[in-house]
Design a protein around this ligand. Structure first.
Ligand SMILES: Cc1ncc(COP(=O)(O)O)c(C=O)c1O
Length: 288
């Protein structure tokens, strides 16, 4: 079956999918994106992704005429047409194509492209058992990274540095030593049974997996603190974790080569991973 993409209302083979060279997403990163997990052919946390997208559209004053219902139907239709049961749905929604000029064009239609790629969620199981390593990088991003724009160059460079160092992720750290988040994941530590993650702010992405984990942990009577933590605190933590759509929960066992806690996945990570796995199964029926 050929891979299919959605481009402004049409489903076309991925290899033929095109946008204009004057697309403002291409020229200015004047566009938003979402990555949604598809498990058992079902969309995980679709409502959360949709709400974050709507908020981003409002923040950027992008007028996107499609209703939530129509967008949901188009997304599910593309997933079904691609025939992938375990996949990532990518949506990119921008202000559209116009003659290059920084200010908003007057009469431009917002653009929407979507793709679906097979994704092996089961490959996370061994990483969950062994834990993964992170390095730290300076947070070079702009001041509104709570808006999920496609302007990801600092994230790209940080994650490339992680790859070059043999690490899974780069944690982005401010000049004063605050750990914001990972290049494409939210960052967590565990100390004395308390689970700690950076609060919602303009300086982190409000991750969907982050919100889910906070809710599940609190429902299970686990104490969660949403507060900034420093790199020094992370290095002295009992455990560390990361979360995202593509890595729902992975234990972090080393930061810049220094072991966290025992240097192996800890009991809180295992407990939280169990809660997340149950939630994924509840929503989609999928168990890795
Ligand atoms: C910078 C950043 N932080 C956190 C996340 C995790 O967000 P989510 O849980 O919605 O996948 C992402 C995901 O792409 C990200 O790019």
């Amino acid at each position: 079956m050929p891979q299919l993409a959605y481009v402004d209302g049409r489903i076309v083979p991925l290899r033929d999918a095109r946008v204009s060279v004057e697309d403002r997403g291409l020229q200015f990163a004047d566009s938003l994106y979402e990555v949604v997990a598809v498990l058992n052919g079902r969309l995980l946390d679709w409502d959360g992704h949709l709400a974050r997208l709507r908020r981003g559209l409002a923040e950027l004053a992008i007028d996107f005429p499609m209703t939530d219902a129509a967008l949901g139907i188009a997304a599910r239709h593309l997933v079904a047409a691609n025939g992938q049961r375990q996949a990532l749905l990518y949506l990119q929604l921008g202000r559209g194509a116009a003659k290059r000029d920084h200010v908003f064009p007057k009469a431009t239609r917002a653009s929407l492209v979507m793709t679906v790629r097979r994704f092996d969620f089961a490959a996370r199981a061994p990483q969950q058992r062994s834990g993964i390593k992170v390095i730290t990088q300076p947070d070079l991003r702009w001041g509104r990274v709570d808006i999920k724009t496609t302007g990801l160059l600092p994230n790209v460079l940080a994650k490339q540095a992680a790859r070059a160092a043999g690490a899974f992720e780069a944690w982005l750290v401010t000049d004063d030593g605050t750990v914001r988040e990972g290049g494409s994941t939210n960052a967590w530590i565990v100390k004395d049974g308390i689970v700690i993650t950076h609060p919602m702010s303009p300086h982190i992405l409000p991750g969907i997996a982050r919100a889910t984990l906070i809710r599940l942990a609190r429902d299970a009577q686990i104490r969660v603190e949403e507060r900034p933590f420093s790199l020094a605190e992370a290095l002295a933590a009992d455990e560390a974790l990361l979360t995202s759509t593509t890595a729902p929960l992975l234990p972090v066992v080393a930061i810049d080569g220094t072991p966290v806690g025992t240097g192996t996945p800890g009991p809180m990570a295992a407990r939280l991973a169990g809660l997340v796995a149950d939630e994924i199964a509840r929503q989609t029926g999928w168990r890795g």
